[in-house]
Design a protein around this ligand. Structure first.
Ligand SMILES: Cc1ncc(COP(=O)(O)O)c(C=O)c1O
Length: 336
């Protein structure tokens, strides 16, 4: 369907003509040998953006998160996070299955970071009965928390406590760009509140693939080994890194539009605007399978989060007219 409005996720975007041109023109080399200048330039740029020494281009956010956590957590130790975190919900149990890392969760209010609640659950390293907590993983924005932005004060409190406690902080920053645009907090401030951070280009920034893991130079050297071991060593991927560089220059500056569109959609659907902080709108108390199916028949795709909840995510492939159309279709189906 030509005029399909796909609001299932911000991962559904297609590379724009400008991005495709940048990809076609990219200078490339063999990145496993460290010889792809476009990849190296992207890594240096992203490390600097987040206030870290070094960075590594990886194929996916899942790989960025899992290697990031492995860098700060040994097999048999645990990572603590909220119960709805992507790293424990949607990454196929990778921490345990691949790395022998235990995870433990704390129930949160829609993913809202509560530093005190997490800290209260931390288990020490020097007790031979206990699974030691080596790291805490934080997600910003929070996917299952409807794109919620984590409060800077909580991030700072966690970071300050973690320095004295010898517990690392990993940031799942798949949508850290959205957090920064919505809060006005710069990327380096967020980056400096984490030991390791994975940031994605294939969500709101609209590339077909690509994430970057940032950390210290020493850790990133180890991450390079893990990436190769996991089969993530890639060759002439300057074509992909060029898409990411293009996205930083052309798509990051427009990200606020997606947030405006989400607010408009919420308003048109009668959703509480307080629940819309970035680019996700969640509609509750609806017959989700029926609504999704009927909306699809009218050319609008929505995500089914549960039997009674749908989610609509705005992104660069949906303009204002698309938002208005989606609101009309979905609003008609849910009686709003
Ligand atoms: C918060 C968050 N972290 C990590 C990921 C994983 O990214 P990928 O699908 O590239 O593995 C996603 C994917 O949507 C996500 O929403």
């Amino acid at each position: 369907m030509a005029d399909l409005v796909d609001l299932r996720s911000d991962t559904v975007t297609r590379p724009t003509p400008g991005m495709r041109r940048a990809m076609a023109d990219a200078e490339v080399g063999d990145d496993v040998y460290g010889e792809d200048p476009t990849v190296t330039a992207l890594e240096e740029r992203v490390a600097a953006l987040f206030g870290h020494e070094a960075a590594l281009f990886v194929p996916s956010g899942t790989m960025g998160n899992q290697i990031g956590m492995r860098l700060v957590c040994e097999p048999g130790q645990e990572v603590l996070c909220d119960a709805d975190a992507h790293v424990v919900t949607y990454e196929m149990g990778a921490a345990a299955a691949v790395f022998g890392i235990s995870t433990r969760t704390v129930v949160s209010d829609r993913g809202l970071l509560d530093a005190r609640a997490l800290i209260a659950q931390v288990r020490p390293r020097d007790d031979w009965h206990l699974t030691a907590t080596a790291a805490i993983a934080v997600e910003n924005t929070h996917n299952r928390g409807f794109g919620r932005v984590q409060p800077l004060g909580e991030l700072q409190a966690l970071w300050e406590w973690s320095r004295g406690a010898g517990v690392a902080v990993h940031l799942d920053g798949a949508r850290i760009w959205n957090a920064s645009v919505a809060s006005g907090v710069d990327l380096a401030t967020y980056g400096r509140l984490a030991d390791t951070a994975s940031v994605c280009f294939s969500k709101g920034l609209g590339t077909p693939v690509g994430s970057v893991l940032v950390s210290s130079a020493e850790r990133i050297a180890t991450a390079r080994l893990w990436r190769k071991r996991l089969g993530g060593g890639m060759r002439q991927v300057g074509v992909l890194a060029a898409a990411c560089t293009y996205a930083l220059e052309h798509h990051l500056p427009r990200l606020g539009e997606d947030h405006e569109h989400a607010r408009l959609l919420a308003e048109l659907l009668g959703v509480d605007p307080a629940t819309v902080e970035t680019n996700m709108v969640v509609v509750d108390d609806v017959a989700a399978p029926m609504v999704a199916e009927a909306a699809k028949a009218e050319g609008v795709l929505v995500g089914q989060v549960s039997a009674r909840r749908i989610r609509l995510v705005t992104h660069l492939d949906v303009d204002r007219a698309g938002i208005e159309r989606a609101a009309k279709v979905v609003g008609g189906l849910v009686g709003r």
